[in-house]
Design a protein. Structure first.
Length: 486
């Protein structure tokens, strides 16, 4: 059975056929590093992680790119506010802490590292090359100290988003990276240098900096050198960002840009759009500081189909935390059994256990192949958990080594998607007297660092505790140290 995905470009479910046999190229829109990522961002990043893990589970070789947008309107503006006469080093100094925080949060959520994380500031030459091609082919023009893309020159403009160009007046231009979804104008490729900014690069036609849309196209081309299989992102990026990427990429290089466009729906909080003014805006750090576990956040964000809006609530996160505990308990019960091959542990039919496990695996992967039906896949996971618990009950926890091996492998197979079992061993030392005073002091310092939002120090202490053999368990009632069983 092949994978089938809803392709935003064709507006239907398409069979997935990679360009190069068993190898899949993916580009996912990454963060603009001017602030901490919020949970809406992480819904999109976890969706791309689910896509990546599903393809790898099916045996595909995945090459995955996620960009780091470190030069755009926001990063430039904020850098200039800190330094009225900034240079490129100032921009990099401003964005570096946010880049570090992004990778720290991705690690906390168990999101796979991808093969490439290009930064916009490190891909300027490919951007200038693309700009020159568009100028040479007369898809781009110079006006008011900047370079723009003429959307009327590209006949397929609007095919991704369904935007109607029939009423568009020529000559209207946008010099900003982002604009209203119902307003269509020629978009900026290269912004002329502003006296107040001072961060600029020379081109053949003017000094300035790249527009956001040009950056992604150039980074993709620089790594993949041609058509890619899959481009992902949130639905809010369909227009104008992804529409503009298609136009400039296909105009410049004369070949199809992307075969499959896969977009993730919005995340709501308490049924509303997330907003600081509504008091429902959360970063991952906010959620962890409330005492919730990162595995529960990951599980909740991946549990709803990517084409459905996800309503994030703290009550839902509490329920998900209980689900995680049930998964841990079943897995740990199996892991703790001292299996043997004695007469007492003879199975009725090892082949039956193996056959049942194979069916679970097939059903699990088939669900993912059906447009990433994660909800169905997770229901198969829970069926497998119930089967395991019933089997252990029937055998009174006396099973053969082979049965334990088969069932443990089944858990690990499904965890290649969920990626939570590595944290299942939450250790038992709940009494502070059972733990060295030095370790408890470190835990207290880590908690103080988190309260003061010194996340780098908190993360450093966490790593020190793990090196000493202890994992931190955060809960709504506080933090505990738990021995790591190796």
């Amino acid at each position: 059975m092949s994978f089938y995905f809803y392709n935003t470009y064709t507006k239907k479910i398409d069979e997935f056929i990679p360009i190069c046999d068993n190898k899949v190229s993916i580009y996912s829109c990454g963060p603009t590093v001017y602030n901490l990522a919020h949970i809406g961002n992480f819904r999109s990043y976890i969706f791309s992680d689910v896509l990546r893990r599903s393809l790898k589970l099916a045996g595909y070789d995945v090459e995955h790119v996620m960009n780091i947008t470190d030069v755009d309107d926001k990063t430039i503006k904020n850098t200039c506010e800190k330094n009225p006469n900034p240079c490129l080093d100032d921009l990099r100094a401003y964005t570096k802490p946010f880049i570090d925080d992004f990778f720290a949060d991705m690690n906390i959520l168990g999101i796979d590292k991808v093969e490439h994380y290009p930064k916009a500031t490190e891909t300027i030459e490919p951007m200038k090359e693309m700009l020159n091609l568009l100028l040479d082919k007369e898809y781009a023009y110079y006006k008011d100290d900047s370079v723009y893309f003429s959307i009327n020159k590209f006949k397929n403009y609007g095919n991704l988003s369904g935007i109607d160009l029939s009423s568009v007046k020529t000559g209207l231009r946008y010099n900003t990276d982002e604009y209203d979804k119902d307003d269509i104008r020629d978009f900026v490729l290269w912004k002329g240098e502003k006296e107040s900014e001072k961060i600029a690069w020379e081109t053949s036609i003017c000094k300035g900096r790249p527009g956001w849309h040009l950056e992604c196209s150039a980074m993709i081309r620089n790594i993949f050198h041609g058509t890619i299989d899959i481009h992902t992102g949130g639905v809010d990026l369909i227009f104008p960002h992804h529409e503009n990427e298609i136009a400039q990429s296909e105009a410049a290089y004369g070949e199809k840009f992307v075969k499959y466009w896969i977009h993730c729906e919005h995340l709501l909080v308490d049924g509303k759009k997330m907003s600081k003014s509504l008091g429902n805006f959360y970063t991952l750090r906010d959620i962890l500081d409330m005492g919730f576990d990162a595995d529960a956040v990951r599980y909740l964000l991946l549990s709803v189909h990517y084409r459905q809006k996800l309503n994030f609530t703290l009550e839902g996160l509490k329920q998900t935390s209980q689900t995680i505990i049930r998964i841990y308990n079943s897995y740990n019960r199996l892991a703790d059994i001292n299996a043997s091959n004695s007469n007492e542990a003879k199975e009725e039919n090892i082949n039956e256990i193996m056959s049942k496990a194979d069916i679970f695996k097939k059903d699990f992967l088939d669900a993912l192949k059906d447009d990433l039906n994660v909800s169905k896949a997770l229901s198969v996971f829970h069926e497998a958990i119930r089967f395991t618990n019933q089997f252990l009950d029937e055998k009174k926890n006396i099973i053969s080594s082979k049965s334990k091996e088969i069932l443990t492998d089944l858990f690990h197979y499904m965890d290649k998607l969920t990626n939570i079992l590595k944290n299942s061993r939450k250790i038992t030392a709940n009494d502070k007297d059972d733990i060295d005073t030095e370790l408890m002091t470190l835990l207290d310092k880590r908690n103080e660092a988190r309260k003061s939002k010194n996340y780098a120090e908190a993360d450093k202490i966490r790593k020190t505790l793990e090196e000493k053999g202890y994992k931190i368990l955060d809960s709504p009632t506080g933090s505990k140290l738990q021995k790591i069983n190796l």
